[in-house]
Design a protein around this ligand. Structure first.
Ligand SMILES: [Zn+2]
Ligand SMILES: [Zn+2]
Length: 141
């Protein structure tokens, strides 16, 4: 059954189809995205606030386009600064810099036991920890 929601952008009721906003707003966002993209393409030295002023698209929205990796800042767009959410380094697109992305991927793989670099060390480490755990427990009793 179709889910009815209120569009957070225009407040109207719409049928939810996997998108958080209604079709009309989606169209507006789509055209805003195009305008921003074209503006950045034509004005490679523009800052994010200049882009916002000229295109009348809010900075937040432009940032969101960037974070969604729909827009990518070219090397000439060095004034358009986006910060890595992990280390604060300036990045061109997305949420994390390449370093952090790599680190996050590594952590992720380790978390799920997919780190093939050190497969032998894992059970040993676990045994050590269990020993410590039992020792503390015994002490506690
Ligand atoms: Zn709407
Ligand atoms: Zn980073």
């Amino acid at each position: 059954m179709a889910e009815i929601r209120n569009c957070p952008r225009c407040g109207k009721i719409f049928t939810y189809m996997g998108r958080p906003i209604c079709i009309k707003c989606l169209e507006v966002e789509e055209s805003e995205f195009k305008i921003v993209k074209e503006y950045i393409y034509d004005n490679p030295g523009a800052t994010i606030s200049e882009v916002s002023q000229e295109t009348e698209v809010s900075v937040e929205k432009i940032m969101r386009f960037l974070r969604e990796e729909r827009l990518e800042i070219k090397s000439e767009n060095c004034n358009l600064i986006l910060e890595c959410e992990r280390c604060g380094r300036s990045i061109k697109t997305g949420r994390f810099c390449d370093n952090c992305k790599e680190q996050i991927n590594k952590d992720f793989r380790r978390e799920f036991g997919m780190d093939k670099d050190k497969p032998v060390q894992r059970p040993q480490y676990r045994a050590e920890k269990e020993k410590m755990y039992t020792a503390t427990r015994r002490k506690g009793n």
